[in-house]
Design a protein around this ligand. Structure first.
Ligand code: ATP
Ligand code: MG
Length: 437
């Protein structure tokens, strides 16, 4: 296939027949976020490159290897967002939200771009849902944001997933820890990958997050950050755990979680699944108390998380979860001949204004082919219009599922369809109740 017929490596399409799954999942996510007071923010797909350099950090994989960066025609260095936090914070500072009523609670959903090696659960264009809670320092804020992530996963139907949390401390406790890490990794310097050799001096914590099998094996024996927490950070972490327990949330402390972005402080967490192979982290997040000031705003402690929607889809598929699909057609009007086709045009126009999903033939097909198509698109009901129906003003409404038929008045089509749809919904409900008994 030539390039013109092929999506770019690492990108995908969601087809009309599948988009209901995405609409359901994204809808649930935003709806759950609103329960916690988070409303949607929409930000540009691209930012000045500096926005990501300053926030994500120049020794991270994302900045060192993965960003889609280019000069636009005005000579600006532009980067497609590899994640949302940086852009949301840029916006919150620029629009003055960080100086207004705190906390600011924002949720987002959309595409992210990273030049990675495509594989199951790892794409170059992927989609994230996430939130930022700006201006809340208390440990119950951490618990609330984690609870939100958990409830979001629950609301879309994820069944088995575990929460792992850690604290990576503040810049104060980081000093001793980083020194200990340097010492440890120095004794393994010959085995480290080239990127990590460079990280050893500049940012040894990043080595803990390296994906190379050799580096990650060495990292397993490294000192753990929880042994180096200052009193304040230790107390904060303890309180977070108490609030999680109060909210009824199960978790384990995993002292090896450090997260791949530089801006995190104190609490970090991941939701991990054993059911989708190597790309097992579905959601990652944490606190970033220094980020806003680092980006030129005031000192405003904040936190957030992001989850990968493709990985959630994989997990739902692995679980065999069927997502609810609304029927895509309430009524199909088959028409025989030119006059009937004109009448059908009038009827579907009226039905659609009344809020029904109505379709008729627009391909000039014969009756049999029209009915076959109605079946294929899953039309709930159909009618056939010919000369007789037009003359008499009456037609037969057919339930496509069980074949039931009855005569209706074409002048009252919306009313008849409304009743028919309701009674068939009631029948289905009764059926499912009977089956459960
Ligand atoms: P990983 O360790 O798998 O590379 P990450 O630490 O880079 O993930 P984050 O930057 O924290 O991930 O992004 C949050 C979530 O976004 C991840 O947990 C994952 O679900 C999803 N995600 C990240 N990168 C990709 C990708 N290339 N393709 C699909 N989903 C992704
Ligand atoms: Mg990554």
């Amino acid at each position: 296939m030539s390039e013109i017929n092929r999506a770019v490596k690492g990108t995908g399409d969601v087809l009309p027949s599948d988009s209901y799954k995405w609409q359901f999942v994204e809808g649930k996510m935003l709806e759950t976020a609103r329960l916690f007071g988070f409303n949607e923010i929409r930000i540009p797909v691209f930012e000045h490159t500096e926005v990501f350099l300053r926030s994500v950090g120049d020794t991270t994989d994302v900045v060192q290897k993965e960003m889609y960066t280019f000069d636009d025609k005005g000579g600006r260095s532009i980067t497609l967002r590899p994640e949302f936090t940086a852009g949301v914070i840029r916006s919150a500072i620029e629009k003055g939200l960080v100086n207004g009523a705190l906390p600011v609670k924002a949720a987002y959903v959309g595409g992210c771009y990273r030049y990675e090696k495509p594989q199951a659960g790892r794409l170059r264009e992927f989609h994230q849902f996430g939130v930022e809670c700006i201006g809340a320092a208390e440990p119950n804020a951490d618990a609330e944001v984690i609870a939100l992530a958990g409830q979001v996963l629950d609301s879309v139907g994820i069944e088995k997933i575990s929460l792992e949390i850690n604290s990576i401390g503040c810049p104060e406790c980081r000093k001793d820890y980083v020194a200990a890490l340097k010492e440890y990794f120095k004794s393994h310097i010959d085995e480290l990958c080239d990127t990590c050799k460079d990280r050893l001096e500049r940012n040894p914590m990043r080595i803990l997050d390296c994906k190379s099998p050799v580096c990650s094996e060495i990292a397993k024996g490294a000192p753990v950050v929880t042994d180096y927490l200052c009193d304040d950070c230790r107390e904060h972490f303890g309180e977070v755990q108490k609030h999680l327990t109060a909210a009824g949330i199960k978790f384990t402390v995993n002292p090896h979680i450090v997260r791949g972005l530089d801006y995190y402080t104190r609490t970090v967490f991941e939701f991990v699944s054993g059911d989708i192979g190597a790309q097992s982290t579905v959601c990652g997040g944490g606190r970033y108390d220094g980020l806003i000031s680092q980006m030129g705003g005031p000192q405003v402690p904040s936190l957030g998380f992001a989850m990968g929607i493709e990985r959630i889809m994989l997990l739902l598929e692995a679980q065999g979860t069927k997502l609810p699909q609304n029927n895509s057609c309430d009524i199909y009007i088959a028409a025989m001949g030119k006059t009937a086709s004109l009448k059908a045009t009038q009827l579907v126009a009226d039905l659609r204004k009344d809020g029904f999903k109505a379709q008729t033939d627009i391909c000039g097909r014969g009756l049999k082919a029209q009915m076959k198509y109605a079946d294929k698109i899953g039309a709930a009901f159909s009618i056939v219009l010919g000369d007789n129906e037009i003359e008499s003003g009456k037609a037969v409404l057919k339930n496509m599922k069980n074949g039931d038929k009855w005569e209706i008045d074409l002048n009252n089509l919306s009313d008849s369809l409304f009743k028919a749809l309701n009674s068939s919904a009631l029948d289905e409900l009764a059926d499912s109740v009977l089956k459960q008994q």
